[in-house]
Design a protein around this ligand. Structure first.
Ligand code: ARG
Length: 390
């Protein structure tokens, strides 16, 4: 029996290598997908082998992740419950796809992942695997091995499996689009998150960051006049914006599995890019387009969060997002300083904004007669209705 395991290098999946090979007498092939997490991939590989992997793959999917997943998320302002930029949710289908590719290549019948039965990730992994490999059997050992985190640490010790220091305190999931922090030490929603939970948003730079982000078809293409790939832009912003202490999220999240949990994220690039992108959309769209787009954004975000990446409606909404971003072009000026970010100005070629129409000094004014007529007819529904009520 051959099992292909989605391997992050963290505690759960490291323990899973040994556990799966002992329980099933299986050959375990590990796959680590690089979606931009800060990781030493040769250490991860070494850890996989010392935990008993028969073969290990490291797959660089950063370009694909930024182009097809992060890029689309930017067009859709992908945020769950208005707060969480979907970093983990977006990466799961891609990781699953890569793992399935290896499973097919290796002729494996079983695919495994380290998600527990409490989280959203199991849903995303299972559905993505089923979609790409309908005949594949899924094993999620953490759903039934019955070990707590502490017991996993003990198991690792007993079997002589090396684990990372960081794994002892928080459960981290990281990629290009964000860093998620979970763990018992932040489970009390009233207790402030300890500073050592954070990595990307530690306050390191005092001087303000002045930025001009240039967008084309809804995506940032230049930073302060410098043409960069989306991947480079996201990396640069994570570093520079994070160093000003901006990009923290702490909220109570409604999980897919029916309970609320306290979720903490570091998402500096995501929050800043969304801020600029939404501002530009507002500058370009008609009021009806804006209203419709925000609904589409929310629906798309819900699908992604809920593991429905392969839902046909997602592709339709993607198409709507692409079409509606065709004219989202222009520049947004921003400042990041002391943990806060603000839009300072924007300009957009396709914007209906007209300074001469809007101006109070020299601007266009409807005549008194026009204004009266407009207001009377505009308010007629409400006035007539209100007269019929006591
Ligand atoms: N709550 C977030 C989500 O569902 C983050 C999950 C982080 N996953 C993890 N295995 N640590 O997308």
């Amino acid at each position: 029996m051959k099992i292909v395991l989605a391997y992050s290098g963290g505690l759960d999946t490291t323990v899973a290598i040994k556990w799966l090979s002992e329980k099933y007498g299986a050959e375990v092939v590990t796959v680590t997908v690089d979606v931009g997490q800060e990781e030493n991939f040769s250490d991860v590989e070494r850890r996989a082998y010392s935990a008993g992997a028969a073969k290990h793959y490291t797959i660089d999917a950063k370009e694909e992740f930024s182009t097809f997943f992060v890029g689309q998320a930017i067009k859709m302002n992908g945020m769950y419950e208005g707060t969480y930029p979907l970093s983990t949710a977006l990466a799961r289908p891609l990781i699953a796809e890569k793992v399935v590719e290896v499973a097919k290549k290796e002729g494996a019948t079983h695919v495994a992942h380290g998600s527990t039965s409490k989280g959203n990730d199991q849903v995303r992994f299972d559905l993505a695997i089923k979609s790409k490999m309908p005949t594949g059997e899924i094993i999620a050992p953490a759903r039934f091995w019955g070990m707590t985190r502490q017991q996993e640490i003990l198991y690792a010790k007993e079997k002589g499996i090396p684990i990372k220091e960081e794994n002892k305190k928080f459960s981290i999931d990281e990629n290009l689009w964000g860093r998620s922090i979970e763990g018992d030490s932040i489970a009390d929603p009233y207790a402030e998150v300890p500073e050592d939970a954070f990595e990307w948003t530690k306050f390191r730079k005092q001087e303000p960051l002045e930025l001009v982000l240039e967008f084309q078809e809804g995506l940032p293409i230049k930073v302060n006049g410098m043409k960069l790939s989306l991947l480079e832009i996201v990396k640069l912003l994570n570093a520079e914006v994070g160093a000003r202490g901006f990009g923290r999220v702490d909220h109570i999240e409604n999980r897919l599995v029916g309970f609320k949990s306290r979720e903490v994220y570091e998402v500096p690039a995501a929050l800043l890019i969304y801020m600029a992108h939404q501002d530009l959309e507002k500058t370009v769209y008609t009021p009806l387009e804006l209203r419709f787009k925000r609904e589409v954004d929310q629906l798309w975000s819900d699908l992604v969060y809920r593991g429905l990446w392969y839902e046909p409606l997602r592709y339709i909404l993607d198409e709507v997002g692409r079409t509606m971003n065709r004219y989202v072009e222009g520049e947004v000026k921003l400042r990041v300083k002391d943990g806060a970010a603000a839009v300072l100005g924007r300009k957009a070629k396709y914007s209906p904004y007209s300074e001469s129409v809007a101006s109070y000094e020299k601007g266009w004014y409807p005549s008194d007669e026009m204004a009266r007529g407009f207001i009377e007819i505009w308010g007629m529904h409400s006035l007539l209705a209100s007269r019929t009520r006591a």
